[in-house]
Structure formats: C-alpha cells, structure tokens
Design a protein around this ligand. Structure first.
Ligand code: ADP
Ligand code: ZN
Ligand code: ZN
Length: 707
C-alpha cells in the first residue's frame, strides 16, 4: 500500500503530495498521521490519499517511519486543501490549525492503574485472613467503590494484595475532562418558548440552510440554539456551537452543559493539552456530539454535522491572526455546505455581510418584555474632566441605591503615552513605531503591539529632565479614580481587560461581579460581551469615538456594535439607562446606536459600501511585506504589485505601515469583484516570489477578508 501525504512543513515551496510505503496496512487511511523522512529530516505528515501503486520508481520509494495515534476525519483533510486555496496558504499550514493539540508529538490518552477486588478479596474480611490495618482499610474502600485509581489507595500496598490474589490491578484509560463551568443562575430546565422563539424555530425547520438570527440583547437567542441543537441531536446528527471567547461567556457554555450533559465537549486554549486531546477524541469517537468552543471549534472532528451556530457573529475574534488568517465564520459556512448542515449566525448587531447574504430571522423583543435601556449621548467637547458631570451623578446614584454599573473604556493601562514636559520627547517602543503605555501598578511602560516592557523611566533620555507628563486615561486609571470616588462599604470596583490574564481569572472576575450585591465593572470592550447580569442599571461608554478614529472602513460598524452591546448589559431585570460620552455627538453610528436602530445602521452601511466597493460587494485582500530592511520590504511589495493583475480588480499601494517588532512594513490592498480569481492571483504571485533570492528575508503575509 502507498500513502500519498502532505508533509507538515512551514515551507511554501513544498507543494503537492508525496508517496511513501506503509509499514502496516491495517488502519491507515485518509487523515492518518505518519512520521516520515523528508529531505533528510523526520517530519509528521497527513495521509491525503491511499493507493495501491505509485509512479515513484521502486528504489526511491521509502517506507514511512511510523504511524501516529491521532487520525483526522477525511473531510477535515479536504477542508485543509480548501483553506489553503481560500487563504493563499499551503495545506500543511492549514493543517497546523486543524490538527488536535499534541497530535504531532503523538499525544495519547492517559493510562492509569485501577484496582478492584477479586472474589477471594471480597471474602477476605469475613474469612479472618491475615491483614494489616492498612490492608483491611483498603479492602473496605474497594468493597464500597471499585474500581478505584490504584494511586489513590496506595499502589505498593495493592500490589502486595494482588500477589495474594485478593486484588486485581489493570490499566485503564483516564479521561481528562475540563473543569465544569459552574455558573450560578443556570438551570437545566427548558423554559416555555416565547411566540417569537417559536416562529424562529419553525422557520429554521423549514426550507433554507443559512440563517441570520437577528435578535436584540436578551431576546433569547441562546434558547433558540439549544432547541435547534436538541432537534438535530434527536435526528442522530451532531452540532458545533462557536462562541467568541469562553472566558468571557462562561454562561453560554454552562447552559449547553446543563441541558445536554456529557455529550457536550469543550475545547479552548485555557485547557491543558491532555484535556483538549481527550475532548477531541471523545468527539472523534462519537461519544460527544456537541462541540462548544471559540473559533478553532469549527474544526471539531464530528461526523454528519447537522447544525453549526456562530454566536455573537459580529465579534472580530472569529478571525485568526496567525497563518492561515482564516475566518471561522467563512470556514463554518464551508463546513455546513459540505455536511448539508443548518448554519445559524446570531447577533444583536449583525454584520452588513450577514444581513446581505443570509436569510434574516428576528427576535425583536427582550424575553422579559422589558424595553431596551434609554441611551443619552453626552458631548465631551470643551470638558476637561474624563467623566461628564451627568456620568458622575449617575454613578453616585448607583452607589446610593446599592446598584451596579458597567463602564467601558476601550484602552487599557494608566495613560496612553508619556512625554517629557520640557522637550516634548515621547517615549516610544524600541521595536515598533508606537508610544509606550504606562501601567502604574507594575511601575512599567509597555508596548501593546509587541509586548515590550520596561521600568517607568525616571528621566528623559534626550534632555535629562525629570518632569514627565502623562496623557489620556486608560482602564487602570479609571478603576483607580472610581475606587477613590465610590469604593468601600461593600461597593466593589472591578476591572476587566487584557491585563486580567488567564481565562479562568476573567471568568472568576465576572462571577465575582455577578455575585456582588453592588459595584462597578470597569473595562475594555470585554465588558460589553454577552454577559447576562440581571441587576446592572447603568452602562457608561467613555470616549465612544475612540474606535472611530481608526482609519478603517469597519470603524463605524465597530463603534455601533460596541455601544449597542454595552447597552445590552444594562436593564436586564429592571430599569436601565446608558450614557455615552463622545467628542463626536453627531456621528451617525453613535446616534443610531443610541436609538437601538440596527436596521437603519446596516441599511446605511450597505449603501455606503456598495458605493465605495467594499465588502460584501467586493473582496478585500491585504498583503503585507515586512523586513528589518525597509528597502527590501518595499521592493518586494512593488514586485508583488507588478505580478498581481486580476481582471476587474484594483491594487492599491505599496503603502507604508508603522513598523512592528523591529520590522518595516509595506502593504498592498487588492479590491476585487471576483473573489476566487483575485485570491488565486495573489496566491500565485506570492508563490512565485517565495523562492526568489532577492526577496529572501522579507516576510510576506496574505490576509483575505482582513478585519
Ligand atoms: P440573548 O442570547 O438573545 O442575549 P439569552 O438567550 O441569553 O438572550 O436570554 C436572556 C435570558 O432570558 C436568559 O436568562 C434566558 O435564560 C432567559 N430566557 C430565554 N428564553 C426564555 C423563555 N422562553 N422563557 C423564559 N426565559 C427565557
Ligand atoms: Zn526631554
Ligand atoms: Zn512594540
């Protein structure tokens, strides 16, 4: 037997399939992992085809070294080939994000020794057999529950009993399960559906395959996913539920676990490799039939998928920022197509792309019948205090009433940048062309792009002055000021941002806020995610136009969704209000968000994008050439521009970007009406430069559908 394999190498120049003889015919098929000798190195390879004969001459055909334990379902091997084409990368690089954790080092299930009593062991206590106290206690434990892990009882002691024929010890697989997300207020009982939910579920069960569930915050979208999943499971098929980030939305996961129990598998980066591996195996074996997780869960090894849900589909975390720069929403559509599965993407602030391309279903009301909170826009022009007087009053009211508030400021750290008060020198990252941000608690300044950190400078390196000025406020400073003003007497001021590290830490912080009788949660956009706190009466957005200042055609969409999502946190279970501070009180996206009017917003966006030739009316592809040598990066970008000429597409650039991690960067943007042709043109241009000596040392990255 011959295996045609994809060697897992990062090199772009390696193309196509490579033939190897198989050591053992049994069990090897498409998706099997082999270790092979490739160009003098030992590499892992994925079997893409098996054949009975090869065109490679007999004497050059080598034997694969070994077969590794993990095996991908065949449809995921095909998906890798599709992704390579869609994202201008190689199947091997696509496989690197599809393969389960540890597959390449042959990670296996954990074997443990378990002990149980033999018939004579069971009789030993009554027989008056000679036993020490320890042995007697061990036998009693085993008589109560068995098998038990030998290590829990004492392996040495059990071995002695085994030699006397009283105990039997054998190896067993110990599944490493992720810890359950115990979230207060989650019940396993399904509520009676609202009429709106009924109508949506009826539509989902009818004709059509790809739906947008457009429902205001708190309208019961998750309940719709649960019921749709239930129906699919009953029909014997399987389910994938994508969520933006487990740590920020433990409730969604907890609701699926509570409703479906052990058939739910979870995979996310906060779990140990062992637990991820075992969850993957449970899915592959069909023991688990629902996979809940962030974007990588779109690669769950499930057969016969009947439903794929993308919750909070507007979230940018669905886009992967490494190579391949895949978009889980786009991959989900492809997987749904291949499996003939129902695709449901849900949001209160759907992307114009989804409104344009999918069948829209609505949940226009909150489940509890409460109205969405009133939103006031506060003009900050000419004010010097970071908080508007009305915000200060409203927060004081919340404090007095022992209520809760959520405050959003999309900038972490203490202040945005530091400069010398005497000569104006700005403290910049040594690797990137961006200013360093002060983090006061750690007495450090940090670059939010490359992670560079250093101690807070005590004097200016250019003039020696010791008077340094801080500009702007971040979440750390806001937390400090709110603690000073409001904290104490059980009124908690908590901060949630990327500095609160670790998924568990974030989940715990959210639980603390949920459990606290009163307090304020301050943070970056993370505080606006799908949390469901019943008792938040005030939401505040500080500097709402901050996201508008990015030179990006999605700036308005991002601003709109951030304000609407934050508003969605307020007034669940009571009256709520939202205050939005901004320097741009007339901005359309801010005014429409204040009216919760996502229809007008999306309609406006679609006509603007149609006029400008932006997605969904065109495809954008961004190519970045980066090198420590600026001239080399520019040359490479210019050479690529000369090679890319798809019909009907415009190529913009090369334009300089700010340097990052010590590398100068130039970018090309391709704007194309014909997606496939443009992607292919970019792919072949990048491939043809891959082996060219002059451009060695320039890293080229292609981003199809950049965010
Ligand atoms: P969304 O995902 O649209 O923001 P959720 O699904 O989180 O909304 O629902 C909001 C709250 O309403 C949750 O606490 C949920 O348990 C509850 N809920 C959902 N559907 C119903 C229903 N039919 N009857 C009663 N409560 C419901
Ligand atoms: Zn100075
Ligand atoms: Zn940096």
């Amino acid at each position: 037997m011959i295996a045609r394999v994809l060697p897992l190498t990062r090199t772009r120049a390696v193309r196509g399939l490579w033939d190897y003889r198989l050591p053992e015919a049994d069990g090897v098929g498409v998706g099997s992992l082999l270790r092979v000798s490739f160009n003098g190195r030992s590499l892992v390879a994925v079997v893409a085809e098996v054949a009975s004969r090869s065109d490679v001459p007999e004497d050059r055909l080598v034997m694969a070294e070994s077969v590794l334990p993990a095996r991908l379902p065949a449809d995921l091997v095909e998906l890798a080939v599709w992704m390579a084409r869609e994202y201008c990368t190689t199947p091997a690089r696509a496989l690197s994000v599809i393969l389960p954790v540890g597959a390449e080092r042959g990670l296996r299930e954990k074997q443990v020794l378990v002990a149980s009593l033999t018939p004579s062991g069971r009789a030993a206590l009554d027989d008056g057999a000679q036993l020490t106290d320890g042995q007697r206690a061990a036998i009693r434990r085993l008589a109560e529950t068995s098998p038990l892990r030998a290590a829990d009882v004492g392996t040495e002691l059990l071995r002695r009993l085994e030699r006397r024929g009283l105990v039997c010890i054998e190896a067993a697989t110990a599944l490493r399960r992720p810890s359950r997300h115990s979230v207060s207020s989650v019940s396993a009982v399904a509520p009676a559906l609202t009429a709106d939910q009924e109508a949506v579920l009826t539509a989902l069960a009818g004709h059509g395959e790809r739906f947008l569930l457009h429902g205001v915050t708190g309208s019961g979208k998750t309940e719709v996913y649960l019921r749709a999943a239930e129906a699919v499971l009953e029909a014997g098929r399987t389910v994938i539920i994508l969520v933006p980030e487990i740590g920020l939305t433990p409730q969604a996961l907890a609701r699926f676990e509570a409703r479906f129990g052990d058939v739910v598998a979870v995979m996310h980066s906060g779990m140990s490799d062992g637990a991820r591996h075992d969850e993957w195996q449970r899915l592959a074996r069909g023991e688990a039939r629902v996979c809940v997780g962030p974007r990588s869960a779109v690669f769950a090894p499930l057969e016969d998928i009947g439903l794929i849900v993308v919750d909070e589909e507007h979230e940018s975390s669905y886009k992967h920022e490494g190579d391949p720069r895949y978009d889980a929403r786009w991959v989900a559509e492809q997987r749904a197509r291949v499996h003939g599965a129902l695709l449901v993407v849900g949001s209160a602030t759907p992307r114009p792309e989804s409104v344009h391309g999918l069948t829209e279903l609505r949940l226009p009301r909150r489940v509890d019948g409460r109205r969405l909170p009133a939103v006031s826009v506060l003009d900050m022009r000419g004010l010097h205090h970071p908080l508007h007087p009305e915000v200060r009053l409203a927060l004081a009211d919340v404090r007095r009433a022992n209520g809760k508030a959520v405050v959003l400021l999309n900038r972490r750290g203490w202040s945005n940048f530091l400069s010398c008060a005497d000569c104006g020198h700005v403290f910049m990252c040594p690797n990137c062309e961006v200013s360093l941000v002060l983090h006061r608690r750690e007495a450090a300044v940090a670059c939010h792009h490359c992670g560079h950190r250093q101690r807070v400078p005590s004097r200016c390196p250019s003039c020696g002055s010791v008077s340094l000025a801080r500009h702007g406020a971040g979440t750390e400073r806001l937390e400090h000021e709110l603690s000073q003003a409001l904290g104490g007497d059980g009124f908690q001021v908590l901060r949630l941002d990327a500095d609160s590290v670790g998924l568990d830490a974030r989940a715990r912080l959210l639980e603390r806020f949920a459990a606290a009788p009163a307090g304020v949660l301050v943070g970056t956009q993370m505080v606006a995610k799908g949390h469901d706190f019943a008792d938040v009466s005030l939401g505040v957005v500080i500097d709402a136009d901050q996201t508008l200042r990015f030179p990006d055609f999605r700036a308005e969409e991002r601003t709109f969704s951030l304000i609407t999502q934050l508003a969605g946190r307020a007034g669940r279970g009571g009256e709520g209000r939202v205050l939005v501070q901004t320097m741009a009180p007339e901005a359309r996206c801010i005014l429409l968000a204040a009216r919760h009017d996502s229809d007008s917003f999306v309609a406006g966006e679609l006509s603007r994008r149609q006029a400008l030739g932006y997605p969904p009316f065109a495809t954008l592809i961004r190519i970045i050439c980066a090198s420590p040598d600026a001239a080399a990066a520019l040359e490479c970008a210019a050479a690529l521009r000369g090679l890319i000429d798809p019909p009907g597409a415009a190529v913009l650039g090369p334009a300089p970007l700010f340097a990052l991690r010590g590398r100068s960067r130039f970018q090309l943007v391709v704007k194309a009406g014909e997606r496939a042709a443009a992607v292919a043109a970019c792919g072949s241009a990048v491939d043809s430069l891959a082996g060219v000596r002059a451009h060695r040392g320039v890293a080229v990255s292609v981003d199809v559908d950049p965010q």
